[in-house]
Design a protein. Structure first.
Length: 318
């Protein structure tokens, strides 16, 4: 596919302007409805694409809100170690590992019931094919931004080390609990006690409620999806419906994507889902990002897939 010469500049312009206009983009934050309306309007600039925004409700605070009870559980495990109650300590540390793994790896949502409901908005577009629909391509990114977090602002160079130590502490706790159960020497539990120094500051991890600019994660992806849609709309694919999606709530555990999938479960044909992520250099207080490379390598992969449905209309390069 031949991409527009200024597509990369259009992506960069969109990222810079949108991030500056809507700096606080997190599920449940004030102003998210206005930001979604502005994003919907920006996508309506693509001719031939039907655009709409869909609201959903989710409990966004649960994704990171579990950190507070995790700190209490860890300290309770350390107290259990002091009293040589190995099984109680092991239960505390294993619960932390299981809960954390379920939230960050398996994206469990049942613990979210403990947190309040808030509204989010997904912005989607649709480009119909030149012929009968036989397959589907979904181009997705997310437009919400992560929280800054106090650790990143005060000590960015040590942020990764702090997170790694806090993550390793429950593992040390399990080993220490095993040592207590095996009636080994007390000093085997010292690593778990040292881990408390890394875990305790996690309590203040969410104190700062400001958002990062979110330029590389993931407004650049939203801009690229729009420009790809613009190229496809100029010459619609044969037999391939193209859906573009800008999801809200990604930073809270893919909540917008889950909501969209559940709402449209019966409307999806066999196809491919391509998500564009641009991890660009960012600063806390300014939208500093390198201009995204254009065209994205996935652009031709989408074209090759669409070609399986009978080729594309007016796109000999596919």
């Amino acid at each position: 596919m031949a991409a527009s010469a200024d597509a990369g500049e259009q992506v960069w312009k969109f990222v810079a302007e949108f991030a500056a206009r809507f700096p606080q983009r997190h599920l449940g934050f004030p102003g998210m409805r206005e930001a979604a309306a502005a994003l919907e309007q920006a996508w309506r600039s693509v001719p031939g694409m039907t655009v709409e925004s869909e609201s959903f409700t989710a409990r966004g605070g649960g994704f990171l809100g579990w950190l507070h009870p995790a700190v209490l559980l860890y300290l309770a495990g350390c107290v259990a170690l002091a009293f040589r109650s190995g099984w109680s300590a092991a239960a505390c540390f294993l619960l932390i590992l299981g809960w954390g793994g379920g939230r960050f790896i398996l994206y469990w949502r049942w613990p979210d019931r403990l947190f309040r409901l808030c509204s989010g908005w997904n912005v989607t577009g649709r480009i119909e094919p030149a012929g009968t629909v036989s397959q589907l391509v979904i181009l997705a990114a997310h437009w919400d931004a992560a929280l800054v977090f106090r650790w990143i602002e005060t000590a960015p160079c040590r942020y990764a080390c702090r997170v790694a130590l806090a993550g390793a502490a429950p593992v040390c706790g399990v080993l220490a609990a095993g040592a207590v159960i095996a009636d080994m020497a007390f000093w085997w539990s010292l690593p778990a006690w040292c881990g408390a120094a890394a875990v305790a500051p996690v309590w203040r991890f969410l104190d700062d409620r400001r958002c990062s600019p979110g330029a590389g994660d993931n407004l650049a992806g939203v801009g690229v999806v729009r420009e790809i849609a613009r190229e496809i709309a100029c010459a619609p694919l044969r037999h391939t419906r193209v859906i573009t999606a800008a999801f809200d709530g990604e930073e809270c555990g893919l909540l917008g994507a889950f909501a969209w999938r559940e709402r449209h479960a019966g409307q999806r044909n066999t196809g491919v889902c391509a998500e564009f992520r641009y991890r660009l250099p960012l600063r806390n207080t300014q939208c500093a990002a390198e201009r995204p490379q254009w065209p994205d390598p996935s652009f031709r992969r989408i074209g090759r897939f669409a070609g399986k449905g009978g080729g594309t209309a007016g796109n000999p390069a596919v």
